[in-house]
Design a protein around this ligand. Structure first.
Ligand code: ADP
Ligand code: MG
Length: 701
């Protein structure tokens, strides 16, 4: 028997030809690779079901009963063989479309059979299509039956005899050949005992050949735990190391700027959540640790003022601060907002984006380098090489998921004396399980409270039939002095059509809401920045009542007087996008509305997205639904992340295992940060052997 690290070629039954396809098709080079090629499902023939008890379509079932009827019905392609199986609880229909002739001859009405297959539903009744049939004998009816793994395979592998069954045979050879010493334990024994887990040796064998469902569950639980636990251990270690190694600038004093702003300028009382997050930030900054913190807060939870007050802490200690936003519109709005909030405090705030050119740009750059500007607000123009600061103390990144990792990391380098503190903000709430993984090495603060007096947005689902009534509703709201957004999808792949769609929507609206009574703004990504800005400003100033736009307005735009958000083709938007768009209304004192216009026909998933939006305003609940519907790999901002590729674990479903893994990892590292204790030797060794992809994570923000 070769060792686990041997070339797969040398496993009995493989040889050079099969080894070649295994490498090409499945990336299996060694015996160990094969061992980690886990089944994607199992055929459970360990129990007999009763016909009356089964109720889930798609469920694998096995019955023992008498074949009561067998006849061919239908013509041509609908021709099929239909049988009825009766056990002591009921009757199940069996259907075959192929091999009819042969089956007619070999099956006998009146005999007892063991029938195995997958339950399907047809016209409200269950049947089994193409069941496996086996005559019942005293022998096969009593003794324990099989629980077989099914492995992913491909056409090329099948040609070499390595279909699911062939792979199963190979796996049997491999499993029978390995010894406990080949699969050393990676977890401390007390941990295994305390959580009643399978050992690694047991788990890796049982995941392939469980005796029954219980053994399979035990193996899966153990291996999922291991996967998530080591990832958490690694992330938490990175965080601890960074905290120990990186000195941050110590913002020792809360000074004049902060205090004067708080006493004299802040136009409202901070919410408890805002205060708590500011305290958390303050604790980081005051301690001289390097801060790398994520602030999560739903749309409208008031992150901007938290960002501003954090920047004031830097100013009070003689540092500059930068705030970077993903779009020009949003950056300008932050700039205007902050300038207004600060009023006459004498703080110099500058703006920098791609649209700031020539002399103006040169002046800003010079002032930044000289330290004459205290705060700079801008777009990704801020991270370009020629932007230098005199003494940048903190970088704040709004809507961080819109930036790539490198863009975010670039702000770390903007101070020659050491990395500025980093605060990243997101209004796309991330499910807890994802945050723990994606941002596992960041500290996370959550603003989980909206400012008082907000009325939740009322959301409605409408279609083309309701168009006139929706327009009537828009008129009524406009008559009350409110403003309305009408948003169209704009997706790169279908851009030309989307643009046409938007323009014809705009023209139709211009007819139905004619000048001079109504004024309409339009903003989309193909417009020049100056034109966009002009149109946007008209809406902000209340000169136009309707804003027709694409998702460029999704992020951050704040017009409190706008109370209606109409989203066209709402089924084409993702949940987090819809939630962001809805967040544009409900910012004033008035009741606001979000109207989701869709076509009549919706996919099951599309319908669920719309229903989720109608049901709840809670960004975290929506994020959880998004994760459930689309899976972790598709959540906005996570696509490029290799971190979410697990062998077994599924962040949408394994939240409990993950929470346990993180808690245990935290506890272990608190007692023994370097994992130096003898009882942690296994952990240390395993981390060292698997540590290869840990590099990039420490710089995720
Ligand atoms: P977001 O978290 O979505 O970025 P903003 O910072 O834009 O939210 O805040 C949304 C609105 O709420 C702004 O008009 C802001 O002035 C206001 N706001 C923020 N905090 C409070 C508060 N504590 N009380 C009342 N209004 C607040
Ligand atoms: Mg914001």
């Amino acid at each position: 028997m070769p060792t686990l690290d041997s070339n797969i070629e040398y496993l009995k039954g493989v040889g050079p030809q099969r080894a070649e396809v295994l490498k090409k098709e499945l990336g299996i080079f060694t015996c160990r690779d094969l061992l980690f090629h886990f089944p994607f499902r199992y055929i459970d023939r360990t129990q007999f079901h009763k016909i009356r008890d089964v109720r889930n379509e798609g469920e694998q079932v096995q019955f023992r009963g008498i074949l009561r009827r067998l006849e061919t019905i239908g013509e041509g392609r609908a021709r099929r063989l239909v049988g009825s199986l009766r056990d002591d609880t009921g009757v199940m229909e069996l259907v075959w479309f192929q091999a009819i002739h042969w089956l007619e001859k070999s099956l006998q009405v009146g005999k007892e059979y063991i029938v195995f297959g997958r339950l399907s539903e047809f016209n409200g009744r269950f049947n089994i299509t193409h069941p496996e049939m086996e005559e019942a004998t005293p022998d096969n009816s009593q003794k324990a039956r099989s629980f077989d793994p099914v492995y992913p395979s491909t056409d090329k592998l099948t040609q070499k005899g390595l279909d699911a069954r062939g792979l199963r045979k190979l796996m049997r050879v491999l499993i029978d050949g390995i010894a406990p010493a080949d699969l050393p334990e990676t977890l401390p024994d007390p941990l295994i005992a305390q959580y009643k887990m399978a050992t690694r040796w047991e788990a890796l064998r049982q995941i392939h050949f469980p005796e029954n469902q219980r053994e399979l569950d035990e193996a899966t639980r153990r291996l999922k735990f291991e996967e998530l636990f080591f990832l958490q251990l690694r992330l938490l270690q990175i965080r601890t190391r960074r905290k120990d190694a990186l000195r941050g600038f110590a913002f020792g004093s809360i000074g004049e700027h902060f205090n004067t702003f708080y006493r004299e300028k802040l136009p409202f009382e901070l919410t408890e959540a805002q205060k708590r997050v500011l305290r958390e930030i303050r604790a980081d900054l005051g301690a001289g640790r390097h801060m790398n913190r994520l602030v999560q807060g739903d749309v409208g939870s008031g992150k901007t003022v938290v960002a501003l007050m954090t920047m004031l802490m830097a100013l009070d200690n003689g540092f500059q601060a930068a705030l970077m936003a993903p779009t020009e519109i949003l950056a300008q709005q932050h700039f205007a907002n902050i300038t207004e909030l600060l009023g006459d405090l004498g703080i110099k705030v500058g703006f920098l984006s791609g649209s700031v050119k020539g002399k103006k740009r040169a002046a800003i750059l010079e002032q930044l380098a000289a330290g004459d500007l205290h705060i700079v607000v801008g777009t990704h123009a801020l991270i370009e090489d020629w932007v230098t600061f005199n003494n940048l103390g903190i970088s704040i990144i709004d809507e961080q998921h819109r930036f790539g990792v490198e863009q975010r990391a670039a702000l770390w380098k903007k101070n020659a004396h050491g990395p500025p503190h980093v605060l990243v903000m997101t209004a796309t709430p991330i499910p807890r399980t994802l945050a723990m993984t994606l941002y596992g090495d960041l500290d996370v603060s959550v603003i989980d409270e909206l400012p008082p007096g907000r009325k939740p947005v009322t959301t409605m689902h409408k279609n083309e039939h309701h168009r006139l009534r929706v327009q009537g509703f828009m008129r009524d709201e406009i008559a009350k002095g409110r403003q309305v957004y009408v948003v169209y999808p704009m997706i790169e792949e279908t851009e030309t059509m989307d643009l046409q769609n938007l323009m014809s929507g705009y023209e139709a609206l211009s007819r139905d809401f004619p000048q001079p009574e109504y004024q309409i703004s339009i903003v989309h990504g193909k417009m020049k920045s100056a034109d966009k800005d002009f149109e946007m400003q008209r809406f902000v100033k209340g000169e136009t009542q309707i804003m027709v736009a694409t998702t460029v307005i999704e992020v951050g735009v704040n017009v409190p007087n706008a109370s209606v958000m109409v989203i066209e083709n709402a089924e084409r938007f993702g949940l987090s996008q819809l939630h962001q768009l809805r967040g544009r209304v409900g910012r004033g004192a008035e009741q606001s509305f979000c109207i989701l216009m869709t076509s009549f026909k919706l996919s099951a998933e599309g319908r669920e997205r719309i229903q989720t939006m109608v049901r709840t305003n809670d960004g975290f609940e929506i994020a959880e639904a998004d994760l459930r519907l689309r899976g972790p790999g598709n959540i906005e901002g996570t696509q490029q992340s290799g971190m979410l590729r697990f062998l077994l674990a599924d962040l949408a479903r394994d939240g409990q295992v993950l929470t346990a893994a993180r808690e245990i990892a935290t506890r272990i590292l608190e007692l023994d940060p370097a994992l130096a204790a003898p009882e942690h030797a296994r952990l240390r060794q395993h981390l060292a052997s698997e540590g290869r992809d840990a590099r990039v994570w420490s710089r995720i923000s």
